[in-house]
Design a protein around this ligand. Structure first.
Ligand code: PXL
Length: 229
């Protein structure tokens, strides 16, 4: 099983490429990686970011796509419009399922997607997604509306699907309460998963979720079973 992550480097290894590869390895899959940007950060502070050139991104993609049978592709931090266009040019015709995990801002306040790249993120990447996995804040930004309860969550799911993603999962961890609810729109069915909040502070929890989801989908499991997994 080969899973490709297209994402930023996180030297603290909680999120990004490093976090993804650890998750793939833990679940018995082989992780490939295309680095879109290099960040300097730890669990406390986000310091700097440097994007990788469009030419280098295309070349990294050619290297892995021409050699490996890739079962799923996860896209995380893409940072700039130029990175987005490079990814789009190489993946617009692929049949490999794409798990799009938006990364707009780190928990410590670092910019993971430049403001002027947001339009291309919506226009070019969302339509490529077999599933998109925003957290509540990202989902609100994409749909341009607040999520105050379940009916808002359903409306946001619907709006994001209309932008072209086949399936949508809103990760509910940022909502308050002891119970955490994830909201799912699979084809035209809404459903929810709820569980007890785990009391840990975790840098990279969202990356871990979507990386594990990618492994399960690559194994041919349904979306519902993969979210549960
Ligand atoms: O949103 C998660 C994330 C994704 N990718 C990189 C990150 C982070 C959060 O800090 O640094 C590279």
């Amino acid at each position: 099983m080969h899973i490709l992550s297209i994402a930023g480097s996180d030297p603290s290894s909680g999120a990004g490429i490093q976090g993804d590869i650890k998750t793939y390895s833990a679940l018995g899959a082989y992780g490939l990686s295309v680095v879109t940007a290099i960040t300097s950060q730890n669990t406390l502070k986000f310091s700097k970011v440097q994007e990788v050139s469009s030419d280098m991104i295309k070349s990294q993609l050619d290297s892995v796509l021409s050699d490996f049978k890739i079962d799923a592709i996860k896209i995380g931090m893409v940072y700039s419009s130029s990175v987005i266009k490079a990814i789009y040019s190489k993946l617009k015709k692929t049949k490999i399922p794409i798990i799009l995990d938006p990364a707009f801002e780190s928990t410590t306040g670092g910019t993971l997607l430049q403001k002027d790249a947001f339009i291309d993120f919506k226009k070019l990447l969302i339509p490529l997604a077999y599933v998109i996995t925003p957290n509540v804040l990202e989902a609100e930004k994409i749909a341009n509306m607040r999520i105050r309860g379940k009916s808002d969550a359903r409306q946001v799911l619907r709006k994001i699907r209309q932008m072209g993603a086949k399936n949508v999962i809103i990760k509910g961890g940022h909502l308050k309460g002891h119970t955490v609810i994830d909201f799912v729109l699979e084809n035209s069915k809404f459903y929810e998963f709820s569980g007890k909040r785990i009391p840990v502070t975790n840098h990279g929890g969202g990356c871990g979720f979507s990386a594990a989801l990618a492994v399960s989908l690559a194994k041919g499991k349904s979306l519902r079973d993969s979210v549960r997994f």
